[in-house]
Ligand binder design. Structure first.
Ligand SMILES: Nc1nc2c(ncn2[C@@H]2O[C@H](COP(=O)(O)OP(=O)(O)OP(=O)(O)O)[C@@H](O)[C@H]2O)c(=O)[nH]1
Ligand SMILES: [Mg+2]
Length: 506
């Protein structure tokens, strides 16, 4: 297909074709709510944006990519290195976010144990929590129902052949009998009960606008399962500090040392540790295919350090903390005159000292908010998490996450407004890709066109890079400057120190 003439973003908001009437009502309610929040944010931003338009000599970069692709993490890396003072000033505010990330993992475990005890059927997960090479659940409801969706969907670009509509072949194993839990597990679960209230408090403290967003497929097995799909969301950490979402009631709550949340968390440290290190608990997580270690905002291996009364987040903690972005946030970065970064990218002197980075929310329901920011951009950094080849979107579990990235990439490359922008692609989460391949996940199961190529990181990255390049070539309205990098933005960001992509920015 040639240049996309229809609204390239329409496909990203299309509902799952197999939803039930109840799911439809629930989805529409959710979308209306998200839209309401998003509209309010749009309003707030409009004024700021009008002012910005007038600014000249500012380098404007937009971060794009699906949810959990690493956009905010990339931005954090920039700020950590080049906006050091602001970064330091914000350090303590991250504590609550990290505490909430930590408790969320514990609550997930407790709910999983409860589900095991109640013998609740194992339901498929759409998120990165899903066990990749253990899709053995015969109840994968969406596979069958979804069988004829793609070919009949006229708006769907013809990427279908790349991604199977069903992964039935890997779903054939059975799960075996439920695992027996002992009295000590029940005791632990009871004793960790207060963490629920702490989580609620933290969410409130992180902002009056904090919203819980439930994934697209409510499906059966909600209840105990629902919270696993929930994420808390504020516009971003900016609001945690200064924004309109700051809890009015709490005042300077988050600055206080020895606050109640910290107190309760510290007092639960041993129990949390006991839960996380218990072999039976690990077996249940395995059986229920929960990969907490690979999921966003995982801190259980740092309990010793974090669950204390004096905990102060490290740079690495902040980079790894997960806070979903809603709407569009902008950050000014002023490079110091002599920054090695500017020297490396040929932007020394006065020009290009001021950068504006726009960070957006990546979920399908909030992507419409991107379009107004497409004007007058110097560059786009597009994040495609390539470890996601075996995962599905939270907001639409019928869609493979890598496929979503390709569709999004295609639309961005094909957009006329963006025709003059430099495009920088980060093939991100290479560390997780390596880990998954080492553990035996087969790329060709999810991406049959991969064929008999070696199931190794270097070959996979090379293949995917070529695919992204092909799409860029086919879709770009005119030839453009583009750069491709394999990255792991939570692990290291050194790559950007010699960021040749930005040499050409004007
Ligand atoms: N292992 C690993 N984790 C990563 C990498 N990049 C990002 N993450 C983690 O993935 C999670 C999601 O990253 P974010 O930067 O919040 O994603 P986002 O694109 O801003 O997501 P939205 O705000 O929902 O659109 C975070 O917990 C990150 O720490 C990576 O390269 N490797
Ligand atoms: Mg984000």
């Amino acid at each position: 297909m040639g240049v996309i003439e229809y609204d390239p973003f329409a496909i990203f908001t299309a509902p799952p074709s197999n939803e039930t009437p109840e799911e439809k009502i629930e989805r529409e309610r959710r979308e209306a709510e998200e839209k309401r929040v998003s509209d309010r944010i749009d309003e707030e931003i409009k004024a700021e944006k009008a002012a910005l338009k007038k600014q000249k000599g500012v380098v404007k970069v937009l971060l794009l990519g699906q949810s959990e692709s690493g956009k905010s993490t990339t931005l954090k890396n920039f700020r950590m290195k080049y906006a050091r003072a602001a970064w330091k000033a914000e350090r303590l505010s991250w504590r609550a976010v990290i505490q909430l990330n930590l408790i969320r993992s514990i609550i997930t475990i407790v709910e999983t144990l409860q589900a095991e005890m109640d013998n609740i059927p194992i339901t498929p997960l759409s998120s990165s929590l899903q066990h990749h090479h253990h899709h053995r659940n015969p109840n994968h409801n969406y596979n069958q129902q979804n069988h004829h969706q793609h070919p009949s969907d006229p708006e769907r670009p013809s990427m279908d052949s790349d991604f199977p509509e069903s992964e039935a072949e890997v779903d054939s194993e059975t799960d075996g009998a439920p695992i027996e839990l002992a009295e000590k597990h029940r005791v632990l679960m009871r004793r960790l009960g207060p963490l629920r209230r702490v989580a609620a408090d933290l969410k409130r403290r992180l902002g009056a606008g904090t919203e819980e967003v439930v994934a697209g497929s409510s499906g059966e097995g909600a209840g105990a399962w629902a919270s696993r799909e929930k994420e808390f969301v504020v516009r971003g950490w900016k609001n945690v500090l200064e924004g309109p979402f700051k809890g009015a009631k709490e005042g300077h709550g988050e600055q206080e040392d020895g606050d109640e949340a910290t107190e309760v968390i510290a007092s639960c440290k041993e129990d949390m540790q006991a839960l996380w290190t218990d072999t039976t608990v690990r077996e249940v997580l395995e059986r229920r295919r929960l990969r907490l270690e690979d999921s966003a905002g995982f801190f259980l291996n740092d309990l010793d350090r974090i669950a204390t009364r004096t905990y102060e987040p490290s740079d690495d903690d902040i980079v790894r903390a997960r806070l979903r972005t809603l709407g569009v946030q902008e950050y000014k970065i002023q490079f110091e005159q002599n920054s090695s970064f500017l020297g490396n990218v040929g932007l020394g002197g006065d020009f290009g000292r001021d950068w504006i980075l726009y960070d957006v929310g990546g979920s399908r329901t909030v992507r419409h908010a991107w379009v107004p920011y497409f004007e007058a951009l110097n560059a786009i950094i597009f994040l495609a998490p390539i470890s996601c080849f075996d995962e599905r979107l939270r907001e639409d579990p019928t869609v493979n996450r890598l496929e979503d990235s390709f569709l999004l990439w295609r639309a961005v490359c094909g957009s006329k407004i963006l025709a003059k922008s430099t495009i920088i692609l980060f093939l991100n989460k290479c560390d997780l890709l390596k880990k998954k391949l080492r553990e035996g996940a087969q790329v060709k199961t999810y991406l049959p066109s991969y064929g008999e190529r070696p199931n190794e990181p270097v070959a996979v990255v090379k293949y995917l890079k070529e695919k992204f390049k092909d799409i860029l070539r086919q879709q770009s309205p005119e030839p453009r400057v583009s750069y491709f990098y394999a990255t792991s933005v939570t692990v290291s960001f050194v790559l950007l120190l010699s960021f040749p992509a930005l040499v050409g920015l004007r």
